[in-house]
Design a protein around this ligand. Structure first.
Ligand SMILES: O=C([O-])C(=O)C[C@H](O)[C@@H](O)C(=O)[O-]
Ligand SMILES: [Mg+2]
Length: 429
């Protein structure tokens, strides 16, 4: 049967999804975080799904792009990446992503962060049309399931009093005992066996104690600590020395390739990053200086699933490990992450995913973690279906918001609890 894979319609739906009060070095998560759901509909009625950041700067680029796609083919993914979105470099000059959690902002990274959702939607549509899973379109899977790590956060029991939010049942985690209790809940609920603690929240000694407590509670399990660049080189080396016997890797202890290279030269603990290598242009210097031993890819800002494979191939050529970064995302992205991770040979570190923190989704069925793994679906496309009622409900929340939550701002969310809070000057410790 021949199919008409011409794009007939592109639907963009910005939504706000509930997020618990997770702490990081910049502040705390807002009670609701913006995401953008992309639907690409072909002439013969197939719909492909994609998901990316929903903040205004992404929406402003996604909207005109969506209008330009009608009449093109979902097969023309290379052509998609040739479209000039007209991102003005001066608009992003000197900016950092998500208040400093995902490295530098650049015009190209902004462009790729939008295109990635459209690429995923095209691949999903292709797969549905051909009756093939996305991983088959990417060359086929080399594993049946993808391992994820439990993403532990220091956390308040609830958002500040008076703030509209959804309740969560994770409780508070503000000291080593709380972190261990949270890790136990992750294993009970999802079977995770490797653990990452988001650090940079409390002075390093307190975070060292939390990782030590995890090591005692889960002897021999892979552990990671990620302060998002909050430490000086000296502090990073001190932490590496104190935790060297239990860490799988230390993630972005300090900011910038030069400082990471200095830390790397002074410790045997592998360094991972989703901050100093976030674009292809940053690879050469970091690898030449041996600044990082593991790159955490993220298909959202690296520009999709095919770019993720390219990054993995470059890392392999340089003997650098690869794994995956995550921030707040829904099941469409988890399915996309799982499909591409299934195709990457030599993936030796469990991938990050925030998904267990998300109580809401726009899918009829949530992808499940079993034994800390997500099974690789062989269903056509991404193997997920949209729940239109939920999509409409979460969009209504976005439409009714006065604008306060439409752009993620962890420092602003923190000021609701601590009015004097300012984005910390780095290094914080
Ligand atoms: O470095 C990381 O792993 C992240 O930036 C992940 C997330 O952005 C996380 O820190 C968050 O959302 O608070
Ligand atoms: Mg990180």
């Amino acid at each position: 049967m021949t199919r008409d894979l011409t794009i007939a319609e592109v639907r963009l739906t910005p939504i706000l999804v509930a997020d618990p009060p997770l702490l990081n070095t910049q502040g705390v998560h807002q009670p609701y975080t913006p995401r953008l759901i992309v639907e690409i509909v072909t002439a013969d009625g197939i719909t492909g799904l994609g998901e990316t950041y929903g903040d205004t700067k992404y929406l402003e680029l996604a909207r005109p792009l969506a209008e330009r796609l009608t009449g093109r083919s979902v097969m023309d993914v290379n052509g998609l990446f040739g479209i000039d979105l007209g991102v003005d470099e001066s608009r992003v000059q000197g900016e950092v992503d998500a208040g400093g959690l995902r490295g530098v902002q650049s015009a190209d990274k902004l462009r790729l962060s939008v295109l990635s959702a459209f690429e995923v939607a095209c691949l999903d549509a292709q797969g549905r049309a051909l009756g093939l899973p996305v991983h088959a379109l990417l060359g086929g899977r080399v594993r049946d399931a993808v391992e994820y790590s439990a993403y532990l956060f220091y956390k308040w029991a609830g958002h500040p009093a008076g703030v509209t939010c959804e309740e969560d049942d994770w409780g508070a985690a503000l000291d080593p005992a709380g972190v261990v209790a949270q890790a136990r809940r992750f294993t009970e609920r999802h079977g995770f066996t490797s653990f990452k603690l988001k650090g940079g929240v409390f002075p390093p000694d307190e975070e060292i104690a939390a990782v030590r407590a995890l090591a005692e509670a889960f002897p021999g399990h892979p552990l990671r600590l990620d302060p998002n660049g909050a430490w000086s080189v000296g502090t990073s080396l001190k932490v590496a020395k104190e935790l060297g016997d239990v860490l799988e890797y230390l993630e972005d202890p300090t900011l910038g390739t030069a400082a990471m290279a200095e830390v790397s030269a002074g410790t045997g603990v592998p360094l991972a990053t989703n901050m100093c290598v976030t674009t292809f242009g940053e690879i050469k210097e970091a690898f030449t200086r041996d600044a990082v031993q593991v790159v955490l890819s993220d298909h959202h800002y690296w520009g999709g699933l095919r770019n993720t494979q390219r990054l993995a191939a470059i890392c392999a050529a340089f003997g650098v490990g690869v794994s995956m970064h995550s921030n707040t995302h829904l099941g469409i992205s988890l399915a996309a992450m799982t499909q591409v991770a299934a195709t990457v040979p030599g993936l030796r570190h469990a991938c990050d995913s925030h998904y267990p923190w998300q109580s809401e989704d726009v899918l009829t069925e949530r992808p499940a973690f079993r034994g800390g793994r997500v099974e690789v679906s062989d269903a056509p496309g991404l193997g997920v279906e949209l729940d239109r009622d939920e999509l409409a409900r979460l969009h209504r929340r976005w439409a009714e918001d006065d604008g306060a939550l439409r752009d993620r701002d962890d420092a602003a969310a923190m000021r609701l609890a601590e009015p004097g809070w300012r984005q910390p000057v780095m290094p914080r410790w």
